[in-house]
Design a protein around this ligand. Structure first.
Ligand code: CMX
Ligand code: CO
Length: 146
């Protein structure tokens, strides 16, 4: 079960100037900044709204911290822009199993650590109509569902 759009991931060269754009243009403020070594990014979460299920929706601004990372490869090929969409779910492992049964490649053998204590996994964009798709179980989501 997918319950919300958790975030839209946006690849950028400079986190600071992209944060500045979203602040000046729309008034969005940074809710959280984090380095995720495993994913090779420095990222900022800009909260857009809360949702009925107790989660929230964010923009996730992504700046690569090394050249051999997915976001660096994306920037080199396509330049700045929308990198992925992430759906929220109360159970990321169950959701990954269910989409895999439908023939969609799940990129992680086990869910990994995402931003703000979340648990995440990615689905191959070639199996999702060209959209790199992430599934997110927010920290505390399982308790809300139970
Ligand atoms: N969206 C849509 N298509 C994408 C894509 C993206 N973000 N990234 C790559 N592709 C497409 C490419 O266009 C290419 O298509 P063509 O063959 O038609 O040209 C194909 O996928 C292969 O591209 P590639 O540059 O060779 O990339 P890889 O196969 O090495 O890797 C992917 C692609 C999706 C497997 C890899 O980026 C990945 O594992 N991503 C998941 C992890 C991630 O993105 N982490 C950063 C975000 C962290 C977070 O959100 O917290
Ligand atoms: Co993401």
């Amino acid at each position: 079960m997918l319950t919300r759009i958790d975030h839209v991931g946006i690849a950028c060269h400079s986190l600071d100037s992209t944060i500045d754009f979203y602040r000046r243009t729309y008034g969005f403020e940074v809710a959280h900044v984090e380095v995720n070594e495993e994913q090779g990014v420095r990222e900022a979460m800009l909260r857009v709204n809360g949702t009925d299920d107790g989660g929230a929706s964010y923009l996730q601004l992504l700046e690569p911290i090394r050249e051999d990372s997915p976001v660096a490869a994306f920037l080199a090929r396509k330049g700045e822009g929308v990198h992925h969409i992430a759906f929220g779910t109360p159970d990321v492992a169950a959701e990954a199993g269910s989409v895999a049964e439908n023939g969609v490649r799940v990129l992680d053998a086990e869910p990994r650590r995402g931003t703000m204590g979340s648990t995440i996994t990615f689905l191959h964009p070639k199996d999702c109509g060209g959209v790199l798709t992430e599934l997110v179980q927010a920290a505390g989501d399982d308790e809300q569902a139970g």
